[in-house]
Structures are given as C-alpha cells and as structure tokens.
Design a protein around this ligand. Structure first.
Ligand code: ZN
Length: 118
C-alpha cells in the first residue's frame, strides 16, 4: 500500500465519521428524560400522548408529548426560549430552559438493536 492510499483512507474515515455519528443520533427516540436541577425527575414514554406540568423553585414548565414529539408548551421563564424551540423527537435532541434549570432530552432504550436493523 502506498503512502498516498493510506492518507486517502484516513481522509475518507475522517469525512465519514461525523456522518455515521449524525446518522446514529438522528433516529427518533422512544422516551424523554425530564431533568430539573441536573437530576432526572421523570421519564416520558413518547408513544403515550399527554401533558405534564413540572415545577421547581425557579418556576414551572408544561411539557406536551404528541405523536412521538415533545415540546414545552408553557412556562413562566423570561424569553420563553424553551417554548420557542418547538417540537423535538430525534435521539439526543433537547429542550433546555436555562432560567429554570430544566431540561427535556430525547433518548432511546434499544439503540444497538435499532442500529443492527437499519
Ligand atoms: Zn423556559
């Protein structure tokens, strides 16, 4: 193998790696972790539609699960960045409400299984 070939392979791997990681992260999750002050306070099943209210010392956030999507529909934080974020559904996507130390993160139970299937 020539030196140039090795360099080409190295470049190809470097280019493909982010795409592979992006692909693995871009599939839909099946649950949402709800975090308050860094602690996981709830796990939502995305296959069950519903509206959930969470309150901590900073304020409240109302989270809606609908058609395997999650969003914050109401909160009393300044700016409403969490509400403006809209729906999330991809694995590792998150809605963060900084003023409330509140976060919703999409996750998946069976990542390895899904990768094999795809
Ligand atoms: Zn907010």
């Amino acid at each position: 193998m020539k030196k140039n070939d090795i360099i080409l392979i190295a470049i190809a791997v470097l280019i493909l790696m982010p795409l592979i990681l992006l692909f693995l992260n871009s599939k839909n999750g099946d649950k949402a972790l709800v975090k308050s002050d860094g602690r996981t306070i709830d796990v939502l099943d995305l296959s069950v539609d519903g509206t959930y209210r969470y309150e901590n010392k900073y304020g409240f956030n109302i989270v809606e699960v609908k058609d395997k999507n999650v969003r914050v529909i109401d909160a009393d934080c300044p700016g409403h960045d969490c509400i403006n974020k809209g729906f999330i559904k991809r694995n590792n996507e998150s809605v963060i409400c900084l003023p409330h130390h509140f976060e919703v993160i999409i996750s998946s139970d069976n990542e390895e299984y899904d990768v094999v299937v795809q």
